[in-house]
Every structure is written in structure tokens, then in C-alpha cells.
Design a protein around this ligand. Sequence first.
Ligand SMILES: Cc1cc2nc3c(=O)[nH]c(=O)nc-3n(C[C@H](O)[C@H](O)[C@H](O)COP(=O)(O)OP(=O)(O)OC[C@H]3O[C@@H](n4cnc5c(N)ncnc54)[C@H](O)[C@@H]3O)c2cc1C
Length: 415
Amino acid sequence: MSGKRDQGAIDLDRDRCSRCGVCRDVCPFGSVLLDPYPVIDDSCRLCGACIKACPEVALILREAVPRRGPDEGCGVMVFAERDGDAVRDVAFELLSKGRELADELAEPLVCALPGPVDEGLASSLVMSGADRVLLLDDPCLTNPRVEALTAAMAGLVGEVCPSILLIGATSLGRSLGPRLAVRLRTGLTADCTGLAIGEHEGRRLLLQTRPAFGGNVMATIVCPDSRPQMATVRPRTFPRPLSNPHHEGDIARQVSDLSGLTERIRVLDIVCGVREESIVDADVVVAGGRGLGDRKGLLMLRELADLLGGVVGVSRPLVDEGWTDHAHQVGLSGRTVSPRLYIACGISGAVQHMAGMQTSEVIVAINNDPEAPIFDHTDFGIVGDVNEVIPVLTAQLRRALSQDDVRDVCEHEQE
Ligand SMILES: Cc1cc2nc3c(=O)[nH]c(=O)nc-3n(C[C@H](O)[C@H](O)[C@H](O)COP(=O)(O)OP(=O)(O)OC[C@H]3O[C@@H](n4cnc5c(N)ncnc54)[C@H](O)[C@@H]3O)c2cc1C
């Protein structure tokens, strides 16, 4: 009855069909014509409404990709998103977590790298923990060609049959993940903030944790019946692995057949906007909370952040109060950051805040309450009033830096 892209097709049993037209009437996309038997055109989305409504049970869904069951999968696969000539940081972060999961399962860690072949990039993925890097060698497999990427990745996953597939929750990843999940007929947990291996009904499954109901609960989700278990993960949720030049892995080219691909999205132009100061990429974040007292406190933080070459972040109440905009909010409903240094000033340490900064390399907190929960998570704690501590800290730092500058100049002159 209809050939329907790569996901499958709806077949008609003419012996059963009475040409009643119910299928045409219920189709939400207007894809069914009667001629005199039903014919489905390319606008069909395979929603199945016609199949359910057919009184003669004359319509049958023929799936192109059979659903893979819980025993049909081995290994962890990470999708390495390209950013021009580089790989996005989130791919390395996923390799770090993927390595942990793969070791726990005693299974391999595979990484899919799309786009023009770059052996250097592939080696960096091996040094970051991948046992195998599969190069999806096709120049059209670039961001933002999501339809081509979906087709190539669906083919690759079909061949490799990983048990787990991890994708960064970037703009591309958020578009690729659901498309792939539909193709592969499996589930997807989007925007995970935690991943672990755990027991569920006698099986070892991927426990995928993510905020639900507006962040009021943390839900742990499993995908027991189909493979791969798919998750997208926010950038900066996991730390980047240390590069290990001794880690061994192989690199293989993979041919993807994109000949039958019809892309419905055409990229006309890519316009790069001006990038604003981003707390996500900063090495130093000086963050303020309600303990600052009023919005003038942010100026004090700005001075300290400027000295350290960092940026200012805030807890949610400061955004709610309108002191600054949401782009500066750290936490569950804000941004996830993982700087080398995070200084929390007058922040209590609520779980929703900690969820956005707990992977920072060094955490310093300044709080006048010695019992504040944030002190349970810090490397260095200063008990005191932010309005007293920060000006002293800033002045001392300024002095130390200027002495360093003087020393630098002297050393330079001696040379
Ligand atoms: C669904 C949901 C999502 C959320 N998402 C986020 C999120 O993304 N980010 C986020 O931050 N919060 C989020 N929250 C809010 C979160 O629960 C907390 O309410 C919030 O983090 C508290 O902010 P705070 O630490 O600045 O304020 P408070 O909890 O009021 O803490 C202020 C701290 O400052 C200290 N203090 C007071 N005066 C001084 C002083 N003079 N000197 C030094 N210390 C002082 C106090 O001892 C206290 O520890 C969310 C909440 C919900 C329900």
C-alpha cells in the first residue's frame, strides 16, 4: 500500500479491504487516498491511526528495523559530536562515564565519530578511554545535518548492537536522540544528570537519573525491554577524563550508505552569533546567593571574578528577584558548570544548586553559618560575612597579583 521511508511501511491486504474509507477519514496527516483501494503517500508518519481504525484488519505495519530485545546488545557506545575540526567537550565527558559503565559491565566502549576522517581526533578519543573508534566517513555527516546523521547512526547501531548509547544533550544531540530512538524502536531518557549500572528485576540495567516534575523529584528511569538503552546527557555533567596515551584502542572506517536518503531539512546558511560571556565554559565561576543581601553584592563578585579571569554565576533566588538574567543561574533549572574553581558566596548548598556545580575541580564556600550544607561539599570553607571576606580576599589577591606582575617584569628585565 505504501512505501514509507526507512522506518517501515504499511501494507494492505486487498482480500480483506472493503474500501470503506475509514483509513482515509482517520488519518491526521491526510496521507490516504482511495484509488479505489487505499494508497498512502509520503506524508505518512506511520502513526498507526489507520491500522487501529480499519474494521477489516486489512492494514499491517511492516517495520524496517525490528525491535531489539534486552539480551541483544553488548557494549557502551558514545556519539562524538563534531564542532568543525574538533570534537565537542561533552563527547569526552561521556567517554569518561562510558568507560566506568563499560568496566562495570566488563564490555567494550565504542565511540562513533562522524564527518570527514581525522585520525588525530580519533586518537584523542582512544586516549580518552574508547576501545574502538568507528569513523563514519562521509563529509555530509556534519552538524547540523541531523537527518543524514540519524540514518548513518541508525545503520551503525544496527551493526554494532550496543547495549547502551550515550549522546550529549546539545542542540544537535537533542534532535538526533529522539529521531534515533524512533528508528531503533527503543526508549530514550533525555537530559540525564546521573548514570549508573544497577539491578532491576534480575537484570543489570542502565539507571538513568533526571529531574522530573520541574525538578521537584529526581526520577530514575530504566529501559528494560529494548536495546540500546539510550540517554542524552547535559554537557559538564561528568568530568572530562585525563588523556592516557597508553590506552589502546583500534580505529576503523565505517561505510554508511546514504544513497536513498531524502533530506527534508535544507541548511541555507550558518550564521555565527556573537558569543556572550558563558558561565558554562568558564574556568573560574564566582557565584553569589541570597547571602549577598542585595544586588550591589554582585558588583563585589564581579571585581573578584575579573581578577581571577572568571565570570559571575548566581543561585536561583537572585534570578527570581530580577538581579540578573537566567543565563547566569547555576543549578538544576539553570546551567551546569564544571570550572576549575567555583567560589560560592552566601549560598546555602541546596541540592538543586549543587546539581549544577558539584563536578567543579575546587569548590570554595564563604558562608556565615558554619552548619550551612554547602560546607559538606567544599574543598575550602570560610565561615564569615561575605561583605567582609570578599573585599579582603579581593584586596589580598590584587596585591599578590601585582607583586607577581612586578616579579614578572623584573625577571623579564634580567633576561
Ligand atoms: C524545581 C526547583 C528547581 C530549582 N533550581 C535551582 C537552580 O537551578 N539553582 C539554584 O540555585 N536553586 C534552585 N532551586 C532553589 C533551591 O532549592 C534553593 O532555594 C536555592 O538554591 C537557595 O539559594 P541560596 O543558597 O542563594 O539562598 P538560601 O538558601 O537562602 O541561602 C543563603 C545562604 O547565605 C548565607 N548567608 C546569609 N547572609 C550571609 C552573609 N552576610 N555572609 C555569608 N553568608 C550569608 C546563609 O547562611 C545561607 O546559607 C530550585 C528549586 C526547585 C524547587
